[in-house]
Design a protein around this ligand. Structure first.
Ligand SMILES: Cc1cc2nc3c(=O)[nH]c(=O)nc-3n(C[C@H](O)[C@H](O)[C@H](O)COP(=O)(O)OP(=O)(O)OC[C@H]3O[C@@H](n4cnc5c(N)ncnc54)[C@H](O)[C@@H]3O)c2cc1C
Length: 473
């Protein structure tokens, strides 16, 4: 929705509404505007009417009230990594949480309160100082807010489960401006919904995590030549490994990285990311099956601090990508051949089939326990290609769509955290029926007007009266 014409957002920023924030309001005429409106993905170039960089809960309440009462589109941003571009808006207000990034570790209690504008790396480093950890994803710059509310599938997923499996409590500001402290006893329905239901139910300002002990860690990059045999072998090794080990296999042309021989650049490889909860001696038996698949092109797997799994990132990188996320039951030889064939025929500078073996602690949680219900799915695959601009976007999107259909012809569900801007049917397939219906009912309790709709949207369930009316019509 564009800003209403009677009161412009520029006027609002200087009025009592947004002007009274403790944090900062960045308007289009501000020198910091272009930097502030940028999100992780290139190709998403929206111009918000105002960016409200909130400093505290009172600011969050004020921004929510301004958007609600003024009819402005509201985008909620933690780390800005939304694949669908949901954390920005044309003409509306961005509620930007990145200045709310306090991380408070309680080593005695092994827990942490984290403001949702913190990054995964910041929490990992802070917890790591105490030999503790909570698992996020494979990117250090991702925001704690976005990744946690979607579920959170990362390097430690088989040992410690999804990120949401370590959430003990949260603080949420709802559409009506209430500040709620929620956990298994307080607003349990809302607590259930935010663990997988995304940003549909309010602005989550803080999360309390259980931290896990991680006195020793072994992990890093293992690069192998990609053939149908090494791909199926990699998946078998990851599936059969003890759950201390989680593996991500990126099947892709080798990037021109200094630790890869130049003659390998551009050749198809398995760019593996291996993570083992334990020291290098106990890791050896779990790592050996990967190392024996082929002579490694690079083997950087070693005992190290877990935070080193997140390499330094270029803060100005703005990759433009199209992708599709899928669940599969496994990778057999014909499917591995298909993956090699597809990746060999495209000429996109970056193209990838990312294979993540799940199971372990993820599968031990009952499907109905959280809004992430795909607990028994053994594997997740992401297919993606980078594009340069509007001129090649359609070609890359068509390649991704066809590749994804070949890998998974059925609607086998989706992980909401990896969905792009793919339409209502794909959001629906992220949630089995019982989960979806419960989510829509909770949505109608906490956000009946769908103020929080710039997300993988779960619309409010129609009230009983509405249902009767539409039956009569
Ligand atoms: C490079 C990259 C790597 C990734 N790797 C992984 C991975 O390994 N595992 C994984 O599970 N996911 C991964 N993701 C997906 C990622 O978890 C989602 O895109 C997530 O939504 C990003 O969170 P964010 O806070 O950075 O994004 P934002 O763009 O800031 O937020 C995304 C959406 O989440 C909601 N939201 C964010 N914060 C709040 C809040 N505090 N309160 C209410 N709603 C909120 C809003 O609807 C917002 O539009 C990756 C994404 C990228 C770009």
């Amino acid at each position: 929705m564009e800003a209403p014409s009677n009161t412009t957002l520029a006027e609002l920023t200087s009025s009592d509404a947004l002007g009274g924030l403790t944090g900062r309001v960045i308007a289009p005429n501000d020198a910091a505007y272009d930097q502030a409106r940028a999100v992780y993905y290139g190709g998403i170039d929206k111009r918000p009417g105002a960016i409200a960089r909130v400093a505290n809960v009172a600011d969050v309440q004020r921004v929510i009230a301004t958007a609600r009462d003024g009819g402005y589109e509201l985008a909620v941003r933690s780390g800005g990594h939304s694949i669908a571009g949901h954390s920005t808006t044309n003409g509306g207000i961005v509620l930007d949480l990145r200045a709310m990034s306090k991380v408070e570790i309680d080593p005695t209690d092994r827990s942490a309160w984290v403001e949702t504008g913190a990054t995964a790396l910041a929490v990992t480093e802070a917890a790591g100082k105490h030999g503790l950890v909570v698992g996020f994803g494979d990117s250090g710059s991702v925001g704690v807010g976005g990744i946690t509310l979607g579920g959170g599938i990362g390097f430690l997923v088989r040992k410690f489960g999804l990120t949401i499996d370590s959430v003990l409590a949260a603080e949420v500001v709802t559409a009506d401006g209430r500040r709620l402290r929620i956990d298994a006893e307080h607003h349990p329905d809302l607590f259930w919904a935010i663990r997988g239901g995304g940003g549909n139910f309010g602005v989550v300002t803080r999360l309390r995590f259980r931290l896990h002990e991680l006195p020793q860690f072994t992990g890093g990059i293992l690069v192998l030549p990609a053939t149908p045999e090494t791909i199926t072998g990699f998946v078998a090794a990851a599936t059969n490994a003890p759950e201390e080990l989680s593996a991500i296999g990126n099947i892709m042309p080798a990037p021109p990285l200094p630790f890869l021989p130049s003659e390998m650049h551009g050749k198809l490889v398995i760019f593996g990311m291996l993570a083992f909860v334990g020291g290098h001696r106990s890791a050896e038996p779990a790592l050996a099956p990967f190392r024996s698949l082929a002579a490694p092109i690079a083997d950087l797997v070693k005992a190290m601090p877990y935070a080193e799994m997140y390499p330094p990132e270029d803060p100005n990188a703005r990759p433009a990508a199209v992708g599709r996320t899928l669940f599969v039951d496994g990778i057999d030889q014909p499917l591995a051949e298909t993956i090699v064939d597809y990746l060999s025929t495209s000429d996109a500078a970056v193209r990838v089939a990312q294979l993540r073996v799940l199971g372990g602690a993820v599968a031990r949680v009952a499907p109905g326990a959280t809004a992430y219900a795909h607990r028994s799915k053994p594997m997740l695959v992401n297919v993606a290609a980078f594009y340069n601009g509007p001129e090649d976007r359609a070609v890359r999107a068509a390649w991704v769509a066809q590749f994804a259909r070949t890998v998974q012809p059925d609607d086998a569900g989706a992980y909401v955290g990896f969905l792009g801007d793919e339409g209502a049917a794909r959001v629906r397939s992220a949630y089995p029926d019982a989960t979806w219906h419960r989510l829509t009912r909770i949505k109608s309790t906490y956000d009946p007007t769908n103020l929080f709709r710039l997300n993988q949207n779960i619309p409010p369930a129609p009230l009983d009266g509405d249902r009767a009316q539409s039956r009569d019509a």
